[in-house]
Design a protein around this ligand. Structure first.
Ligand SMILES: *Cc1c(COP(=O)(O)O)cnc(C)c1O
Length: 367
């Protein structure tokens, strides 16, 4: 394909990036040890601390996608035989359990119906003294928010690993206040940056209890400290791998944009856009999938109406309106749609655009 296409990305990710992120991506490239770049990296790490709600000095963007953040969390913490309790209420919880198993964890899963939030009491009851409890804050597969602070309140001595890929910079997230020990994210959801980095944070308590001989070299946090100078703006950087300088600059620009707007204002903008979208969808006679009270504003799941061909609607949206929405995940692949209003797309005009296009597509397929 040679022609440039200009899509409206309302899927579960990537969303349309903030313009600032794309401008930074198009700027002349810096070398990975250029002092100009090192200050951009420092600024990106500071920005990440703000959006994670943490003061952890070990906060950095890993050079790979969100899934690598998940892998890094488990490979650095799990030692063979460690008990890992994983709350599962969707696809990404399943993936956490699979990764923990591959790193030798004694995994206990606590299964929830898809579309419902994690129940902290059931998670706490799963084992008296696990080393790790893991859960997804914002389940992108179902559009559900779970309460991390309630989970942290029952964690006991366990370390709490939170997947914050779809929550970061979209809904309230306060890792330190809530008691989250390790969190990872991705750039292409509410951070409004193209895919490719995994923001990551780990507190001193978790770092002290890590596996000091992780089976991954690339994701070994003991080695990665030098990569970002352990967040000290003056300390020596050691070569670990070539930082993806363009992507880090893009992330840094988006973080500055978010913090200039004000993080709480950004959360409010997501809340408002998501509420408008969900109201409109229901006015159109559609039924939402996620349980009321736990619905994410940034990722809405809606049931495909009876007799409507899900794929035909998505194809029409793409071809006629350049609008991408997501199919459902797992068992709900053809019965649910997922509509993201993340980052730059978390605006009322975007909510109205996607609902108008969807109404047209429904009219079209129903003839
Ligand atoms: C998107 C996503 C991931 C995986 O991120 P990739 O960048 O696709 O590797 C993990 N967890 C959640 C909740 C996600 O939404």
């Amino acid at each position: 394909m040679t022609a440039l296409v200009d899509r409206h990305l309302f899927g579960p990710g990537p969303c349309n990036p903030y313009p600032e992120a794309m401008v930074a991506l198009g700027a002349p490239l810096l070398g990975h040890l250029d002092p100009e770049f090192l200050s951009i990296m420092d600024s990106a790490c500071d920005g990440l601390r703000a959006v994670f709600g943490t003061e952890n000095r070990r906060t950095l963007p890993l050079s790979a996608t969100g899934s690598a953040g998940m892998e890094a969390a488990f490979v650095n913490l799990v030692e063979p035989g460690d008990v890992v309790v994983v709350a599962i209420n969707g696809l990404f919880g399943q993936r956490m359990a699979e990764i923990a198993r591959r790193h030798g964890g004694e995994v206990i899963t606590v299964e929830h119906d898809w579309g419902t939030p994690v129940d902290p009491e059931r998670v706490a009851a799963a084992h008296p003294n696990p080393k790790i409890i893991a859960a997804v804050h914002a389940e992108t597969s179902t559009g559900v928010r779970s309460d991390l602070s309630a989970l942290a309140a029952v964690k006991g001595d366990a370390l709490l690993i939170a997947d914050t890929v779809t929550s970061i910079a979209g809904i309230e997230l306060r890792c330190d206040d809530w008691g989250v020990d390790v969190a990872y994210a991705g750039t292409q959801k509410c951070l409004g940056v193209p895919p490719g980095l995994a923001p990551f944070t780990i507190n001193d308590r978790a770092f002290a209890r890590r596996n000091e001989h992780p089976s991954s070299w690339y994701l070994d946090l003991g080695l990665l400290g030098g990569y970002v100078g352990e967040a000290s703006h003056t300390s020596q950087r050691t070569y670990h791998h070539t930082a993806p300088t363009g992507m880090v600059a893009s992330l840094e620009a988006a973080l500055r944009r978010i913090l200039d707007e004000g993080l709480e204002n950004v959360w409010a903008r997501h809340a408002e856009a998501g509420a408008l979208l969900q109201d409109r969808l229901q006015e159109m006679g559609l039924e939402l999938f996620a349980e009321e009270g736990s619905r994410l504003p940034e990722l809405t799941t809606v049931k495909v109406p009876e007799g409507v061909d899900s794929a035909a609607v998505r194809r029409y949206l793409l071809e006629r309106h350049n609008v991408e929405i997501g199919a459902g995940a797992g068992a709900f692949a053809s019965t649910v749609w997922r509509i993201g209003l993340m980052g730059h797309n978390a605006r009322p005009d975007r909510a109205l655009l996607v609902t108008a296009a969807l109404q047209d597509a429904l009219d079209h397929v129903r003839g």
